[in-house]
Design a protein around this ligand. Structure first.
Ligand code: ADP
Ligand code: MG
Length: 485
């Protein structure tokens, strides 16, 4: 790929899942409900219904705009994008595509790809409504209006990506931003994030900053997994290089293709020449309203700490390693769990260790999200306290962690006196004296240089206490007693 340079632009759609109601109606914003239950007449396009703008959706959209370093508009207003499709009962989508309407114009995003910082320019970010959803069966199709009118953010980038890997890293970064900012769960499994991908290639020797040197873009609509976006792009780059090599690239029309998960290839759908003219015009049913400086400032001040900020804090304040901090912030739910542990008083390094190794490990094994994990931060605290109070050893702590999780019983139950670690010096000394008295020949061998017999004595103590002897105190007393003999 040295001869050619790929140019890739993304249109990332993400539902705003954190509002109570839809963007223009009072129906519940909960797509997972029983089909066709979160619906108001407006969402079905009934005549005579009027949209009412959801202020919280606008607030979150403006917050996204600020995070992307975009310029906020003077007014909030909308436009109509006219087309007919069964999932769009009104015959138009209320959106904000055309300058200067979008909630965010321009801007940029910095993200990490394979350990390197990259930057992509933002064309705009705009607030619109999602369509209803269609499900197709053998002989029928069904329509679910629950999704109709769910607030949707569309983020359009400049074609600044050069590989599928960069595009995927950006999408993961944006998902994290939306989650940490409290804008959306950005759950791809629920179809909350969908992406249109635009790919072209150009001769690498030409100046990339001049759009005249760019190739003809091919668009792929609604790729719904991040891995799919990466693979579709990489496939398309290879396909276009082949066209260049056999001399037919310049004849390729601007077109829309589809990413096919089954054949792992892109398939031609239609030429852009037949593209619809959407006849955009200003939405007349929503009055234009002016944004106040005060409200914008209030929104800016309320932007929560994002992943990178939390990571920095973990490294600086808690002295965690770059790696551990990175693991903790990857998912907001994991970072929240960790912070709750610290808030409850577990020492940060100890908490980080348990969360990154045991908690995350077990959740992965069980294939459950951390907020459904049986061992809550409160329960983890019980185990840590047990260790601190010398009631259990670190080995027992691990055992109790898994046992409690498996039997779904509070860790505290497994830390009663009966199972408690023996840390009583007199009790241990009595036992050690008995063991040494019973093993004179081993003591002799130990004294004559077979120092590894020390472990034999420790083993005897453990055997006699069924592993409950405090190992540190045991070793200390054993050393003292052996020296005396
Ligand atoms: P359309 O009018 O077809 O929607 P736009 O110019 O609005 O096209 O661009 C849509 C997306 O395509 C943007 O993300 C943009 O960065 C990207 N794009 C534009 N030109 C190219 C190109 N030559 N190669 C790759 N992507 C491109
Ligand atoms: Mg759009």
């Amino acid at each position: 790929m040295t001869k050619y340079l790929a140019k890739i632009g993304l249109e990332m759609h993400c539902e705003i899942s954190k509002t109570k109601s839809k963007v223009f109606s009072s129906a519940k914003n909960d797509f997972s409900d029983t089909p066709n239950t979160s619906v108001r007449p407006l969402d079905m396009g009934f005549p005579g219904t009027l949209p009412v703008v959801n202020k919280e959706a606008v607030r979150l959209a403006l917050m996204a705009s600020m995070i992307l370093h975009s310029k906020q508009p003077e007014y909030i207003w909308f436009e109509r994008k006219n087309y007919y499709y069964p999932d769009l009962p009104k015959g138009y989508q209320i959106t904000q595509d055309t300058n200067p309407i979008p909630v965010g114009i321009g801007g940029y995003v910095e993200y990490e790809c394979h350990g390197e910082m990259k930057k992509v320019r933002v064309t705009n970010i705009h607030l619109e409504e999602d369509s209803a959803s269609l499900d197709h069966y053998d002989t029928t199709s069904t329509i679910n209006y629950n999704r109709s009118g769910v607030p949707l953010l569309e983020l359009v980038t400049e074609p600044d990506f050069h590989s599928g890997e960069e595009a995927m890293a950006f999408l993961e970064h944006m998902r994290s931003v939306y989650q940490y900012a409290g804008i959306s769960d950005a759950d791809t499994k629920k179809g909350q994030v969908r992406c249109d991908v635009n790919v072209s290639i150009m001769d690498a020797s030409l100046d990339e900053s001049n759009p005249e040197n760019w190739g003809t873009k091919v668009e792929m609509k609604n790729v719904n997994s991040f891995g799919g976006v990466r693979d579709a792009i990489n496939y398309e780059i290879e396909r276009q290089i082949e066209l260049k090599e056999n001399g037919t690239y310049d004849e390729m029309p601007q077109q829309t293709r589809r990413w096919d998960e089954e054949t792992y290839s892109t398939i031609y759908m239609r030429s852009k020449v037949d593209a619809l003219d959407y006849k955009y015009f200003v939405e007349p049913n929503i009055p234009k309203y002016k944004l106040t400086k005060e409200w914008l400032e209030e929104i800016r001040a309320s932007i929560p700490k994002l992943a990178m900020e939390r990571k920095q804090e973990y490294i600086e304040n808690y002295h965690l390693s770059e790696y551990d901090a990175g693991v903790l912030i990857k998912e907001k739910s994991v970072s929240d769990y960790f912070e709750e542990c610290v808030r409850l008083g577990i020492e940060a390094k100890v908490a980080a260790n348990w969360v990154t190794v045991n908690v995350v490990g077990e959740c992965n094994k069980l294939e459950i999200p951390i907020d459904e994990f049986y061992i809550t931060p409160e329960y983890l605290k019980q185990i840590m306290d047990g260790m601190k109070e010398g009631l259990i050893s670190s080995k027992q702590a691990k055992e109790i962690f898994y046992k409690s999780c498996e039997e779904k019983k509070e860790p505290k139950i497994f830390m009663n006196k009966e199972n408690a670690q023996i840390s009583d010096r007199d009790e241990l000394l009595k036992l050690i004296t008995t063991i040494l008295d019973e093993n004179p020949s081993q003591i002799e061998q130990y004294k004559s240089g077979k120092t590894n017999l020390f472990d034999y004595f420790v083993g005897q103590v453990m055997k006699n206490t069924r592993g409950k002897a405090n190992p540190v105190i045991t070793k200390e007393l054993l050393t003292e007693e052996l020296n005396k003999r």
